[in-house]
Every structure is written in structure tokens, then in C-alpha cells.
Write a protein that binds this ligand. Structure first.
Ligand code: SAH
Ligand code: SF4
Ligand code: F3S
Length: 467
């Protein structure tokens, strides 16, 4: 893999214009279906931005679409299987509508064998585009529309492309990628193989994007990267992330700043201090633990041990008392024993996370862990997973119950899906808070008094309108 290529979306813009001219007069619909992490959600917003630029209208109905893209995730096998299943289902649609264009993008086809499988077995797919080729999408689509040829572009080149139009969705919240790729090669993880090496965007480009978002009414920004704590290191900056956070904190109109993910090996004291002193950075930290066993952490190549992890938690809570934490845990890493698993439970009880994202280990071809011999059966692993949820649910429920009576600031997102009488909002810890209120509150930050708690959701009533 070569050096980082920095470029602007100029070639893509010209191609998008040509496509728009060629399609002019036709009313065409496009849809992008996203699988995977927030990084992929943000990438899909860029694909949508490019499609809008080419004159397509967006739809979320497959039947209506003239162009369908699946933006895929490779992190676990079940994510991949879902895509293969759904791709199969598109075949009939295409038979009915032969002019339809189907694309598979993202992390799955960035694996050569997967791209080959899609090419061979899903012949109704017209475009196979890897994570490295995103900015070339208008040119690829132009070729397909002109020549009705199938195109595969999964070449690897570590590019940072600025200026790709983005469809942020028009709400009060937006994702902003600050860096791409990952250098960590945790032994279970496919991400470094499908996303390339770490490369940071220039701070000016990031700040410019966020200022424009603030101008358009966005109040909450989530800074994205596989390991945001190493932001700027590829540009020779030691405290690049802390410096960036300080600058984002100064942008008028941005009232909430979140970031993810933080790798414990790279989070600096400076980042914690900036968080604690900031005006707008949410006091909440997502700090993936993965396992509570030092032996397993070593085999995972996580580069920290539980002592170091707990010292970060302690320091963070010294600077920000009662700081809500969330984490990622993998259950059933190949060499995880019952004893290792018990150690993970101990940490859950010690740290008392607000919530956890837990995953059953999924073997990923090409990663070092795929060659390790599993030492537990599927049933044993499932039992561990269930046990972990039981332990965590009790903690989450206790934490939520302890907040009844508190007044919390929440950002109102819209009507609750389960109960249209209620508004759905998020508090500073990013927890859902539902309360009764009018549509005029949507997009605003208001104060709510918590009246009732469940394991995953808080309920409240409006305390006082934001001035
Ligand atoms: N870069 C982020 C994580 C991205 S992947 C970080 O390091 O925090 C999101 C989560 O998926 C990981 O934290 C891990 O818990 C989980 N994950 C990654 N690979 C996995 C695998 N092979 N099986 C199960 N879970 C996995
Ligand atoms: Fe995967 Fe580890 Fe990189 Fe996260 S830090 S994306 S878990 S390799
Ligand atoms: Fe999945 Fe790719 Fe994200 S593998 S988790 S979509 S970086």
C-alpha cells in the first residue's frame, strides 16, 4: 500500500454532471441500503449525495428504485449473510425491470474472495465498488449506464477525498468522519483489511464541514473514526485529537459533540481533560473493552491490559464524576475459557457501564484469530452471552432507576415509533428519553424531568422550554 493520496472530488463532479445531462428529463429513483457501523452510514450519505447530484431522487422502496445500492459490512458473518440473502431477492426485481442498476459497495466486496463470489453468483449486480473507490462512483455509474457493462473496482489506494456531496438527512444530528482506516489489526477484526491504513483529514476541512452543518441548523456532531484517539498521528501530530476537539468545541451553534470509537491504548490524558473542560463535548465515553481477561486481550492484540483500562476509567471519572460509559465486548473469542469470561463479568460489575454492545465472536477469514482453535462449543458461548446480558441488564436498569427525579437536557429527535403521542429524545449519555410534547420541540434541546425508567429507555415530562 502506498502513501496517502489527497484529492478533491473534481473528476467525480464532472462525471456526475455528465450523468445528470445524459439522464435529464427522466425521473429516476435511487436507494441506498446500509449495513454496518456509523462509518458506513456516513459513506451511504455520500453515495446519496452523489446520486442526488446526478439527478436521481431518493426512495426507500426497492420496488420503486431504478438504482439500488447495498452498502455492506464485513465485521461479522451474519451481517454478510443478510446481504447475500437480500441480494438474491433483488434478482426478481431486475427481471421485471431490466434497466435497473444494482451496486454492492462497502466492506464486503473489499475482500477479493467476496467480490469474486458476488461477481460469479449474483450476475444481476452491475457495480462492485470497494471502500477505496467511493469517490469514483459517478464515473463507474456513467460507464455502466453507457455500456451496460459490469464493473468491479476494489483496488486499494489510501485516499482522502474532500468535497464529496453528502446527504446528511436534514435532522439536528450529523456524522462527520475525521479519519479513515485502521492500523491496529486486532486479531479477530476484518476492518483493517477492508478499510486500509489510518489517514486523517486535515483539520481545516473537518472544521469547515462542521461550520457549514452548524449553519444549516445541525446541533449535534459525532466525530467518526475507527480509533479517533490516533487522529493526526499520520500527520505527525501528537495530540491531534485533543486539539481538534478544542476547535470543534468553539464552533458556534454546535451544542453537542460526540466521538467514536476510542481505543483505550491511545486515549490521552489531554483528551480527557479537554472533554472535562469543554462547553459542548458530551460527558459520555464509549470505550471498547472487548474482554476482561488480560490473556485474551493479549491474544486479541489490544495492546492494553485491564489495569491500564481501569486506570483510564478511574482518571476519566476523577475528571468527570459519574461519567457514563459504554463499551463493546466480544464473547467466545477462540481461546476464551470460562475463567476468562468470568473476568469480563467482573469488569462489567466494577465499571458499571450504562450499556454494552456485545457480540458473539465471528470467524473472519484472513485474520489471525481465524487460525486459533476454538475451546468452547457454540452452546457454551451462547450461555456466556446470555449470562452477560443478564448481568448487564441488571446494571443498566439500576443506573436508569437511579436517574428518576433528575432533570436532564435532551435533544428531541422526533415522534416515538412505538407511541406517536410521545416525543423521542436523547440525553447527554445518548440514552433514549421519551416524553409527551408537541412537534415544535423537534430538533431542540429541552429540559426534561425523568419520571420513570426501564432497562433501555427513560420516560419523563417537559420541565421547561429551552430559551
Ligand atoms: N474500531 C472500533 C470497532 C469497530 S468494529 C473499535 O476498536 O472500537 C465494532 C465492534 O465489533 C468491535 O468493537 C468488536 O467488539 C466487534 N467485532 C469486531 N470484529 C468482530 C468479530 N470478528 N466477531 C465479533 N465481533 C467483532
Ligand atoms: Fe477492528 Fe481493532 Fe481496528 Fe477497531 S481498532 S477497527 S476492533 S482492528
Ligand atoms: Fe462493518 Fe466496515 Fe464498519 S466491516 S463495522 S461497515 S468499517
Amino acid at each position: 500500500m502506498g502513501n496517502i493520496i489527497r484529492e478533491n472530488f473534481d473528476a467525480g463532479k464532472s462525471a456526475a454532471e455528465r450523468v445528470k445531462n445524459a439522464l435529464s428529463g427522466k425521473k429516476l429513483f435511487a436507494m441506498v441500503e446500509t449495513y454496518g457501523c456509523q462509518q458506513n452510514v456516513n459513506d451511504s450519505q455520500k453515495y446519496e449525495g452523489m446520486l442526488l447530484e446526478m439527478g436521481y431522487e431518493l426512495t426507500d422502496e426497492r420496488e420503486k428504485a431504478d438504482f439500488i445500492m447495498f452498502n455492506t459490512c464485513a465485521v461479522r458473518e451474519n451481517a454478510e449473510n443478510r446481504v447475500f440473502g437480500n441480494l438474491g431477492a433483488l434478482k426478481h426485481l431486475k427481471e421485471k425491470k431490466p434497466d435497473m442498476v444494482i451496486a454492492v459497495a462497502g466492506c464486503m466486496p473489499q475482500q477479493k474472495e467476496v467480490a469474486a463470489r458476488i461477481r460469479a453468483k449474483y450476475r444481476h449486480v452491475d457495480i462492485i465498488i470497494g471502500t477505496h473507490a467511493m469517490e469514483k462512483f459517478p464515473e463507474l455509474l456513467e460507464n455502466v449506464l453507457e455500456q451496460r457493462a459490469r464493473i468491479v473496482d476494489i483496488e486499494e489506494h489510501d485516499t482522502v477525498c474532500e468535497g464529496i456531496p453528502t446527504n446528511y438527512g436534514g435532522g439536528a444530528k450529523a456524522f462527520v468522519s475525521i479519519m479513515y482506516g485502521c492500523n491496529n489489526f486486532c486479531t479477530y477484526c476484518i476492518v483493517p483489511y477492508v478499510r486500509g491504513r489510518e489517514r486523517s483529514r486535515q483539520a481545516e476541512d473537518i472544521l469547515c464541514e462542521i461550520k457549514a452543518l452548524a449553519h444549516s441548523g445541525v446541533k449535534e456532531i459525532t466525530l467518526l473514526g475507527q480509533n479517533v484517539n490516533s487522529y493526526g498521528k499520520d500527520m505527525g501530530q501528537k495530540e491531534g485529537f485533543a486539539e481538534l476537539l478544542k476547535k470543534v468545541d468553539e464552533i458556534d451553534g454546535i451544542e453537542r459533540i460526540r466521538f467514536m470509537s476510542s481505543h483505550p491504548k491511545d486515549i490521552s490524558d489531554e483528551v480527557l481533560k479537554v472533554m472535562a473542560q469543554s462547553r459542548h463535548i458530551c460527558r459520555a465515553l464509549h470505550l471498547p473493552l472487548q474482554s476482561g481477561s488480560d490473556r485474551v486481550l493479549k491474544e486479541m492484540n489490544r495492546v492494553y491490559d485491564t489495569e491500564k483500562y481501569l486506570s483510564i476509567v478511574e482518571r476519566a471519572r476523577e475528571l468527570m464524576p459519574n461519567l457514563p460509559l459504554t463499551t463493546d465486548i466480544i464473547v467466545g473469542f477462540p481461546t476464551e475459557t470460562e475463567d476468562d469470561f468470568e473476568k469480563t463479568l467482573e469488569i462489567l460489575k466494577k465499571v458499571r457501564y450504562d450499556s454494552i454492545f456485545s457480540f458473539i465472536y465471528s470467524k473472519r477469514a484472513g485474520t489471525p484469530a481465524a487460525k486459533m482453535t476454538p475451546c468452547a462449543t457454540e452452546d457454551e458461548i451462547k450461555a456466556r452471552f446470555d449470562k452477560m446480558l443478564e448481568v448487564q441488564n441488571e446494571i443498566s436498569a439500576e443506573i436508569n432507576a437511579s436517574q428518576v427525579g433528575e432533570e436532564q437536557l435532551v435533544l428531541v429527535e422526533g415522534r416515538s415509533k412505538n407511541d406517536p403521542e410521545m416525543l423521542s429524545s436523547r440525553n447527554e449519555a445518548n440514552k433514549i428519553v421519551n416524553f409527551a410534547g408537541g412537534d415544535e420541540l423537534i430538533g431542540k434541546i429541552v429540559k426534561v424531568k425523568i419520571t420513570r425508567a426501564q432497562t433501555w429507555v427513560l420516560f419523563g415530562e417537559l420541565a421547561e422550554e429551552d430559551e
